[in-house]
Design a protein around this ligand. Structure first.
Ligand SMILES: [Zn+2]
Length: 171
C-alpha cells in the first residue's frame, strides 16, 4: 500500500513539473517573438560598436546629441535622400529640409512610415524623440514650432544621417 502511494505521488510530482516546465517554455517563446517584432534590424551593442564610429554610436545607440553647428548636414542643401546612418533606411527627402538656425539639420516632414515617436521626459523637458523605425536608432527630436505648412520641425543629428544624392542630378 505504501509503495502504491509513493508511486502515485511521484507520478503526480512528475506531471506537475512537466506542466510547469511546458508553460514556462511557451512564455519565453512569446517573449522572444515580441522582441523580434520591434525592429527589423536586430544587432547586439557589440556589433553596433564595431560598425559605427564612436560619434554615431553615442548618438544612435546611446541617445546622445552632437554639438550644435558642427554637423556636416547643417548647412547642406543638395538634392537627394537622407538615410539612417545605422541601417540605411530612407528617412527624409532633401525637399523637406529647411534652415531653422537651430544648429542641427531640420526637416518639416519625414518619409511616411519611417519614424517611430517616443515621449522623452529627460533633462526636465517634455519632448518627442524620433527614432528609425527599422533599427531603433536615435535620430533627434520633433517640435511643433515649424515655420512651414506642416508645422513640424524635425531636429536631427547629422551623424545619424547618411546623404545619398539623386542619381539624375546633372553635374
Ligand atoms: Zn535605422
Amino acid at each position: 500500500m505504501k509503495t502504491l502511494k509513493t508511486t502515485l505521488l511521484s507520478t503526480f510530482v512528475l506531471l506537475l513539473c512537466g506542466t510547469t516546465a511546458c508553460a514556462q517554455h511557451n512564455k519565453s517563446e512569446v517573449k522572444t517573438e515580441d522582441k523580434k517584432m520591434t525592429y527589423k534590424v536586430q544587432k547586439t551593442e557589440e556589433d553596433w560598436k564595431k560598425e559605427l564610429t564612436p560619434e554615431q554610436y553615442s548618438v544612435l545607440r546611446q541617445k546622445g546629441t552632437e554639438r550644435p553647428f558642427t554637423g556636416k548636414y547643417e548647412n547642406f542643401y543638395e538634392k537627394g535622400t537622407y538615410h539612417c546612418a545605422a541601417c540605411g533606411a530612407k528617412l527624409f527627402e532633401s525637399g523637406t529640409k529647411f534652415d531653422s538656425h537651430c544648429g542641427w539639420p531640420s526637416f518639416d516632414k519625414a518619409i511616411p512610415g519611417t519614424i517611430e515617436y517616443h515621449k522623452d521626459i529627460s533633462f526636465g523637458m517634455i519632448r518627442t524623440e524620433v527614432l528609425c523605425v527599422n533599427c531603433g536608432g536615435h535620430l533627434g527630436h520633433v517640435f511643433d514650432d515649424g515655420p512651414t505648412a506642416t508645422g513640424d520641425r524635425y531636429c536631427i543629428n547629422s551623424v545619424s544621417l547618411k546623404f545619398e544624392p539623386d542619381s539624375d542630378v546633372k553635374k
